[in-house]
Ligand binder design. Structure first.
Ligand SMILES: *Cc1c(COP(=O)(O)O)cnc(C)c1O
Length: 499
């Protein structure tokens, strides 16, 4: 997180005048304060009206003298906002009246603060790109050498550097994480009529490629310890499949919100049934499971560099494996599956899925700052957790001892409490221009997948409950401590309202 910024807030005391104040003093106060507005209060201290430069000019034009007082200033209902109103409401008022300052009135009509547009209209987003120092240099190199292609030295280097960082032998840079998952399924031989097990609590991009291949997803619930695929539910699914005389062609294990799934028991089950694993580590680059990089457990692993991910190439993905042949085949399929012939000859259906040399340049720069981005996101999570530790209606996403999570997104559940739940908290945050999101809507609840089978963790579905109560808070590595404090404040005020 970046260090605290200091705002010079307009000082209510300093801007307060009354009917006895001289026009000269009022003008000079306006000049010095820079707030664009003074607060004219009546003897009981209540706000009577606001006074601008224009009001004073009109008074002078009507014949008032600089040394005269403000007795002749007409009465005018001030534009104010009540205490406890949202930023959204304040901004709407400012927009409606074309003003940049808005007094906040409390009890007895007294001004308690002045809102400034430039301070309040800052939106805090869930997760935004955060560039480092060297991305530009790699991109410029690509321009200088005219490597503006879906191939080139940045692509080769990015693959090498990422593979080395996660400890995979080989990597193929692709146009998206979705493309990486799609190619992964294709390489595992998933085709029409096959079934593929897939975590249910995830983004649709984990499951869509199963359908691209004409196969059918079977969804697996989460456990409570990691919120990722439940070994118990996976076992149930495998046993049911064996009883019914079929086997899935592959298992997609998703590692959510920067945290690895519980790989040992999951991998043991997949080995036992001899079904290959494709790890969807789109959200967990930089995380580890018992010290080994998330994304390197399955036969294949997929990462994403979409704009909201922990590092980004604006759009991109990577498929990794220890199997050189699989990655060579991935590169072949990703470049239209051209046979080695001078004429264009094809024996297989290919894709246009390669990453451009320009974007790979961005990726190389981003890779250099991955460690510090992970550190920053973990700090954001820690800051929320410490500042809100006394609020017992919040349960943070657990981080088991075997997990080193990047906390790509700070996620928690909100226990429904006296009419306050995650829906109302999200609304409340939105009113304060803070972007929060529910957890992913589980795939087995999606209209498009409603006919698919689902295996729950036990009698009750864990993912259903997580979705009902879960929320992701802004978690960008470029958030300031002031941003986090603002969100913490809003959550505390929400709590006070609710109780
Ligand atoms: C982002 C994401 C993807 C897709 O990655 P893209 O690069 O956006 O195609 C896949 N799975 C999960 C879990 C994701 O979060």
């Amino acid at each position: 997180m970046t260090a605290q910024r200091n705002f010079s807030r307009p000082d209510v005391e300093l801007l307060t005048i009354n009917r006895q104040t001289s026009v000269r003093d009022a003008l000079s106060l306006l000049d010095r304060s820079g707030a664009g507005m003074l607060l004219l209060v009546s003897p009981d201290g209540a706000l009577e009206r606001t006074v601008t430069d224009g009001d004073l000019r009109r008074l002078l034009l009507k014949g008032a003298s600089l040394e005269g007082n403000l007795q002749d200033l007409p009465n005018q209902a001030p534009r104010v906002i009540g205490e406890g109103e949202s930023r959204r409401a304040a901004l709407d008022l400012m927009n409606q009246h074309g003003i940049h300052h808005l007094p906040v009135v409390g009890a007895q009509g007294k001004v308690v603060a002045i809102l400034e547009r430039k301070e309040i209209d800052a939106q805090i987003l869930l997760s935004t790109p955060h560039m480092g120092d060297s991305e530009r240099q790699y991109v410029e190199e690509a321009f200088k050498t005219n490597w503006i292609a879906p191939l080139g030295p940045n692509v080769d280097a990015f693959e090498r550097e990422l593979a080395e960082m996660v400890g995979a032998r080989h990597a193929a840079a692709l146009s998206s994480g979705t493309a990486a998952l799609h190619l992964g399924l294709r390489l595992l031989g998933v085709g029409a009529g096959d079934k593929v097990f897939c975590s249910t609590l995830t983004f649709a991009a984990s499951a869509n490629p199963i359908v691209y291949q004409g196969a059918e997803p079977v969804f697996i619930d989460s456990d409570r310890d990691s919120w990722n695929m439940s070994p118990q539910a996976l076992e149930q699914a495998f046993e049911t499949a064996r009883r019914e005389g079929w086997m899935p062609k592959a298992v997609i294990i998703v590692c959510l919100y920067g945290q690895s799934a519980d790989m040992d028991p999951l991998m043991a089950l997949c080995r036992h049934y001899n079904v290959p694993v494709l790890e969807d580590a789109a959200e967990s680059l930089g995380a580890t499971y018992k010290g080994k990089a998330s994304g390197t457990f399955g036969r294949l692993g997929a990462y994403s560099f979409n704009g909201n991910k922990i590092i980004t190439t604006s759009g991109g993905g990577m498929l990794v494996s220890d199997d050189a042949d699989l990655i060579a085949k991935a590169r072949f399929l990703a470049t239209q599956a051209r046979d080695p012939a001078p004429h264009y000859q094809h024996s297989e259906i290919g894709f246009n899925y390669r990453m451009s040399n320009i974007l790979a340049g961005v990726g190389r720069g981003q890779l250099q700052v991955l460690r510090s981005r992970v550190e920053a996101r973990r700090q954001v999570f820690q800051a929320y957790r410490e500042a809100l530790s006394d609020l017992d209606f919040i349960t943070w996403m657990p981080e088991p001892t075997w997990s080193y999570s990047t906390h790509w997104l700070t996620a928690c559940t909100i226990a429904p409490h006296a009419g306050a739940d995650r829906h109302s908290l999200m609304q409340h945050l939105a009113g304060e221009l803070i972007e929060a999101r529910p957890l992913w809507k589980p795939m087995h609840l999606q209209p498009v997948f409603q006919s698919c089978r689902y295996f729950a963790h036990g009698d009750a579905s864990v993912s259903d409950q997580l979705f009902d109560q879960g929320i992701c808070l802004p978690s960008g590595s470029n958030m300031s401590t002031v941003d986090v404090e603002r969100i913490v404040d809003v959550i505390r005020r929400f709590r006070r309202r609710a109780s």
